[in-house]
Design a protein around this ligand. Sequence first.
Ligand SMILES: Cc1cc2nc3c(=O)[nH]c(=O)nc-3n(C[C@H](O)[C@H](O)[C@H](O)COP(=O)(O)O)c2cc1C
Length: 372
Amino acid sequence: MCYNWAHREPAAPWRHIVMAFAMLHYRHSKINARMTQPSISVAPMMGCTDRHFRYLLRLISPRALLYTEMVTTGALLNNDPERFLQHTQDTPCALQLGGNQPDALGRSAKLAEEFGYQEVNLNVGCPSDRVQEGGIGACLMATPRLVAECFDAMRGNTSLPVTIKSRIGIDNQDSWDDFHKFISTLYNAGCRDFIVHARKAILRGLSPKENREIPPLKYDFVYRAAAAFPDARFTLNGGIKTVPETQAILKQVPAAMLGRAVYDNPWLLSDLDQAIYGDAPAERRTVLEHFRDYMMTELSRSTRLKHITRHLLTLFQGQPGARAYRRYLSEHMYDDHADITIFDEACQLVRPMHEREANRLAGPAQERSQYV
Ligand SMILES: Cc1cc2nc3c(=O)[nH]c(=O)nc-3n(C[C@H](O)[C@H](O)[C@H](O)COP(=O)(O)O)c2cc1C
């Protein structure tokens, strides 16, 4: 049936009802898919998951859900939000907020939607001194009701999924009962999407780095919570390094979040997509060519080379020449006038194994000429 939109009649009331049902169905099918399909995400990491690194990750994996670095409501609402929220081609991407004031979090959640993010997340897991001084991050686990108010304000200001990223406890508040109480307070406020870094945070005496390594991982807390709240979605985070580890976790919960392992080896995302979804591997050369184009565009907009290439140091991990590449890049990318040639020259130091082998067989003169 052909429908001429230019001459359409006023919509009959039933049409509104059908549309409303269709929208509801669409939202629900998306929500259901989110609840049940296995999903991989890349953890929010300050200084790491900025828009440049996310662009690279998106070229490697069309699927992984990417999290921004934490942005505090103060930074966002007292400055030009564009400075913190601009991003390109990283969908699906979740904006992580740091804050403890429901009103400010509500307004920030609204901005997340306006700037084209697909989820908004509240940080209830960061234990750094600075974050604690602001009364945000992991210390909020001591006040679940306040977190619930924050959640409520965020949800009231956006149609995006609102998620909470927490630890399994803090300091001596680290029993299963404590964790259960935290989750159930949020559950009763309507939260159905939890991301849990499955170790507690110790708020005094450990650095953030130590707080990511010393408190033991307790995946069973997350598995128990998933069983106790079967219509909520739990994402397990903490210490996941390999494809088999991720696959084992996905047998227990629908979602796994990886942080450091992906930062240290971004290609791991492609291995995961292959193993979990049967995708074709990411074509490294194509990824690099596209990313180089992106770098050229960014450099033409006055972005400094080092702000992008600092994420590329591990790109050739395990390949011949990777160490020389890394050294060259880190020695030259900080120069005031560093441009794309620094990256190109660094890449020249990495050669696929078969090329090296061919050069070796062709004789020393040929081999040398490849490296000058
Ligand atoms: C350099 C760095 C910065 C981080 N910044 C944040 C952050 O901004 N927000 C947050 O919720 N977690 C942050 N985290 C914690 C990670 O999101 C993640 O929970 C933690 O690294 C455990 O996961 P992993 O073992 O897979 O790395 C950070 C971790 C690292 C290594």
